[in-house]
Design a protein around this ligand. Structure first.
Ligand SMILES: CC(C)(COP(=O)(O)OP(=O)(O)OC[C@H]1O[C@@H](n2cnc3c(N)ncnc32)[C@H](O)[C@@H]1OP(=O)(O)O)[C@@H](O)C(=O)NCCC(=O)NCCS
Length: 144
């Protein structure tokens, strides 16, 4: 089941999945977590949080319309490959469409390009490196 969740609920998964457990959950906050437009989604399997992602208003380059950025996309290892990430992103897209948002974009790790492609995203940048994390592309999906 997909729910809107609090930042504090997802920080342990951000740390475990996206920072290899190297940090304290509190150190996994993004500056964008403080934005008014931020919302966080979680996919629960029973009582257990399996997948998380965060979304905030942010335009990309000179793209027209209202843009949102997806950050912190993560599924804990034992629940990967079961479609939870795909369902969570699709939930967000339907929700953002209702809020008249025009597009969603993200900095996608190269290893996750196929995942985002399956969610309807396309690559819109050259490859670039994020120090300590690896190669990325910007990906984008038009919502309306
Ligand atoms: C990328 C990540 C978030 C995907 O989460 P997930 O919950 O495993 O995603 P899904 O299960 O929807 O899709 C993953 C794969 O499962 C497969 N799959 C299995 N059953 C599926 C279903 N019912 N519906 C959709 N996909 C399904 C898909 O083909 C997909 O394969 P692909 O990505 O190789 O094409 C997860 O792998 C992860 O946390 N990785 C480490 C962190 C990371 O790289 N995050 C992205 C940062 S940009």
């Amino acid at each position: 089941m997909i729910k809107f969740i609090a930042l504090e609920d997802l920080l342990p998964i951000r740390n475990e999945v996206l920072r290899n457990g190297r940090l304290r959950p509190d150190e996994c906050r993004f500056p964008s977590d403080a934005f008014d437009s931020i919302f966080h989604l979680g996919y629960y399997v029973g009582d257990e949080l399996a997948t998380v992602a965060s979304f905030h208003q942010n335009s990309y380059g000179d793209f027209e319309g209202v843009g949102y950025q997806l950050r912190g996309m993560a599924t804990i290892e034992k629940y990967r490959g079961q479609g939870y990430g795909n369902q969570l992103v699709n939930f967000a897209i339907v929700y953002l469409r209702g809020k008249k948002v025009n597009y969603l974009w993200c900095n996608a790790r190269k290893v996750a390009l196929q995942f985002y492609h399956n969610c309807g995203f396309e690559i819109i940048s050259d490859e670039f490196d994020v120090p300590g994390i690896g190669p990325h592309h910007v990906m984008y999906v038009k919502i309306q």
